[in-house]
Design a protein around this ligand. Structure first.
Ligand SMILES: Cc1ncc(COP(=O)(O)O)c(C=O)c1O
Length: 382
């Protein structure tokens, strides 16, 4: 593993000059196929579904940033989660945090479950519940921390200790923190997953996903899914993510500064209830956030009480855009019940606390005073 600091790795890991031309930027290889040197021999690549030189560089960068041994880029975050569970077999048991991105639940409930894989949602904040849920056929515990959109944390190292003692692997969706603010592998995780659509790309101009493994078996397994199922990231999108990664460390600093300023402002507003930002001392898991994360990021959510109030707020924001997604340089606000968690039933949403009044913010890198002023005028309309 590299001893270089993250701010250096984001600029240089996988992003060294082209060996043939010296080009400082990783070249974009828009070739679906590669000339073979003979029957069964090649120069390292044969067909872009199996491997592409631009994708190789992104995968190298991702592995280095997360401290893993192999990186694998997929067409979206969901394609990466699909690849994570694609090699589970009928009869296997999968434990998932009960409070995760709605698309993950949709994939597990509406597709993966039909393959005969047993899926159990557990409050992974409750270590005794996780311990009790593990069975002889449990293969994987998948956690998302902090969760989208409620910012609930799971203690990664505690879960890994419990899981490893029973021979179970742990995967962590690290999308909200990015490798800059959280290192799940250093905390014991076996696999890290990202929606690169978010902070890693950072510019809201391309979907993508990634898995980072820690063993030769992971490398073989995830590469097999890339090659066999084909949900790989295109070279152009790999190029965009590589370009985005170069500024990840500086962007995360700016995101974090704005997230904190916005959270501190919202904490003073009487119309704002259930404000969830782990950087605030009032967050019930603030201590865990301090221990496990290297910062608190720029994602937060709060409740305005009713769907009408949330609608008025989202209709009044001007600088924040009312849009799905997160992690881009521009600030976004969204209504979780009708966007990220629309796939859940109203009962399922209620059971995890995704109410109709809930609003999620992704603070961008604009000036924090402008962001606060925009929120202040939008709250006045509520
Ligand atoms: C935490 C988290 N994981 C996974 C995903 C899925 O990623 P994608 O939209 O790139 O498929 C999202 C999307 O919002 C997400 O927020």
């Amino acid at each position: 593993m590299s001893t270089q600091k993250l701010s250096t790795l984001v600029v240089h890991a996988g992003q060294y000059p082209d060996l043939q031309t010296g080009a400082v930027n990783v070249p974009l290889y828009l070739s679906s196929t590669f000339e073979l040197t003979g029957i069964g021999t090649d120069k390292g690549w044969d067909y872009s579904r199996a491997g592409n030189p631009t994708r190789d560089r992104l995968e190298e960068a991702l592995a280095a940033l997360e401290g893993g041994t192999s990186g694998h880029a997929f067409a979206s975050g969901m394609a990466a989660i699909y690849a994570l569970v694609a090699t589970l077999k009928a009869g296997d048991h999968l434990i998932c945090s009960h409070n995760v991105y709605g698309g993950t639940t949709r994939l597990f409930n509406q597709i993966i479950q039909h393959y005969g894989i047993e899926i159990q949602y557990v409050d992974t904040g409750n270590l005794a519940a996780v311990e009790a849920a593990i069975k002889p056929n449990t293969r994987l515990i998948h956690i998302e921390t902090p969760t989208n959109p409620l910012m609930v944390l799971t203690d990664i190292s505690a879960i890994c200790k419990i899981a490893h003692a029973r021979g179970v692997e742990v995967s962590v969706d690290n999308t909200f923190m990015s490798p800059v603010l959280q290192s799940p592998i250093a905390l014991g995780a076996d696999i890290v997953m990202h929606s690169t659509t978010k902070f890693l790309n950072g510019h809201s101009d391309g979907l993508g996903g990634a898995l980072i493994g820690t063993t030769p078996e992971h490398k073989e397994r995830f590469w097999l899914v890339q090659k066999a199922a084909g949900g790989i990231l295109s070279p152009f999108e790999c190029y965009l993510v590589l370009r985005g990664i170069k500024t990840l460390a500086v962007r995360m600093k700016a995101h974090e500064e704005n997230g904190r300023a916005v959270a501190e402002f919202l904490a003073t507003q009487s119309k704002v209830k259930r404000l969830a930002y782990p950087g605030l001392e009032s967050h019930p898991q603030h201590e865990l956030a301090v221990r496990q994360q290297k910062g608190f990021g720029s994602m937060l959510s709060f409740d305005l009480g009713t769907r009408e109030a949330a609608g008025r707020f989202l209709g009044a924001i001007k600088l924040f855009l009312c849009a799905e997604s997160l992690g881009g340089v521009e600030s976004l606000a969204s209504h979780s019940a009708t966007t990220t968690h629309f796939a859940l039933t109203e009962d399922e949403r209620q059971s995890v606390g995704i109410t109709q009044g809930l609003v999620r913010l992704s603070c961008g890198i604009e000036d924090k005073d402008d962001l606060v002023a925009d929120l202040e005028q939008a709250l006045a309309a509520v």
